[in-house]
Design a protein around this ligand. Structure first.
Ligand SMILES: [Zn+2]
Ligand SMILES: [Zn+2]
Length: 119
């Protein structure tokens, strides 16, 4: 898959230049609308708008290269949730730090009780 430079976007021409709306590559949700940018070419305007305002709204998936919003990003592995769904997040023992399987109420190494927090 191509490594995209920016998230999906729409251009909104306004009197002062071009505004850009950036969209999450995964959910399609609008993440932001930038201030008007004026530049010599639409490509330059896009790059400016992305650097100034767009990029900070997004996370770059290290696997597929998509730009996704926080809600669609698994920050523990730096990949989008299409590549690393939440359900497969590893859990760790709060006492000894051993990686745990999805099921089970106690750590198999030290026997500490493991709570399912917020699930
Ligand atoms: Zn991905
Ligand atoms: Zn443990």
């Amino acid at each position: 898959m191509e490594d995209r430079k920016t998230a999906g976007y729409k251009v909104l021409p306004v009197a002062e230049g071009l505004c850009f709306q950036f969209f999450c590559d995964l959910s399609g949700a609008k993440a932001c609308t930038t201030q008007p940018v004026s530049a010599e070419t639409p490509e330059q305007a896009l790059a400016l708008a992305w650097d100034r305002e767009g990029r900070m709204e997004f996370n770059h998936c290290g696997n597929c290269g998509r730009w996704v919003s926080d809600a669609m990003f698994n920050a523990d592995v730096l990949e989008c949730v299409a590549c690393s769904p939440w359900e497969e997040l590893p859990r760790y023992c709060p006492r000894c730090g051993k990686k745990l399987s999805a099921a089970g109420q106690h750590c198999p190494k030290c026997g500490a009780p493991v709570r399912d927090e917020g699930r």
